[in-house]
Design a protein around this ligand. Sequence first.
Ligand SMILES: NC(=O)C1=CN([C@@H]2O[C@H](COP(=O)(O)OP(=O)(O)OC[C@H]3O[C@@H](n4cnc5c(N)ncnc54)[C@H](O)[C@@H]3O)[C@@H](O)[C@H]2O)C=CC1
Ligand SMILES: O=CC(=O)O
Length: 315
Amino acid sequence: MISTVVPIPLLVLNGMSQRHLDQIGQRFDVCHAPTPAQRAQAIAGQGARFRAVLTIGSVGLTAQEIGAMPALELVCVLGAGYENLALDAARARGIALANGAGTNDDCVADHAFGLLIAIVRGMRALDRQCRAGVWRDAIGLPPNVSGKRLGIFGLGTIGRKIARRAAGFDMEIGYHNRSPRADVPHRYFGSLHDLAAWCDVLVCATPGGPATHHRVDAAVLQALGPQGYLVNIARGSVVDTQALAAALRERRIAGAGLDVYESEPAPPQELIHLDNVLLTPHVAGWSPEAVQASVNRFLANAEGYFAGRGVVSPI
Ligand SMILES: NC(=O)C1=CN([C@@H]2O[C@H](COP(=O)(O)OP(=O)(O)OC[C@H]3O[C@@H](n4cnc5c(N)ncnc54)[C@H](O)[C@@H]3O)[C@@H](O)[C@H]2O)C=CC1
Ligand SMILES: O=CC(=O)O
């Protein structure tokens, strides 16, 4: 039987594999525009027909673009963050909003913990020294991870997954959120500065955006201290890059493991020559499993919305 249902026009702004575009294309009329030029051209030429947009946090969607799509009803982001999505403009239009909360949390928590272990145990330097024939007695021994104090800035979906992993290492766990959570046994700190002064490793797992901009500043790094480590899998904007580079250079903190940067899509020049920092290319939330789960969540959100049931994971 030939279907007479007309597929709904969907603008996809993020990079995506052909396999996933094909999966989405079975149900939607996909226009894939991952480069700035393609995006501008798609919105200028076909803006009037799109009823849905798929994007990611870093790529976002601006108020001006929303204004150029009069039929737009639904905006979804793959993954968790949505810091560059013009929420106010979308809400003012009554546009439904959804993200992929919880689709990549295990992947991010694994990655955060990988960075944590690698920086505390000094894996980067050990690897280099081992290849150069430097053996154990000639180096300073890196400390234990087990038993250390972990401070989590942003104890949400991902922060709690990091805490679960830390519990397996007998770490003491403290956290800072805007307010304490009733559903966790961990110690709450009303100030990020106090959390940093208490912990051995500070992990950032908050959203980006103005409310968290440069919350990890020179004073917080000073409180973390020369034996302290920083892990950032949240957003680059959460950490003041200049303050971090100075603290690492002057050994006012022991080390850092970073997945996200203010300067994406590249790490800052100030950091790349430093030995006490481990850098990964904003990949913490991206694994084949996590991407597939995010695509499936997008389909559940979009199909739910267009079937009149509403989205599964609203923003
Ligand atoms: N590096 C990567 O590949 C990935 C990074 N992320 C980042 O992780 C973030 C967190 O994701 P989820 O845990 O799913 O979000 P979530 O919303 O479940 O948790 C965020 C937590 O941060 C806290 N928070 C928010 N604003 C705050 C503020 N101003 N001060 C103190 N605490 C605040 C919230 O209370 C909440 O507990 C995302 O928004 C995204 O930016 C997420 C996935 C992958
Ligand atoms: O950065 C990735 C996300 O899921 O947010």
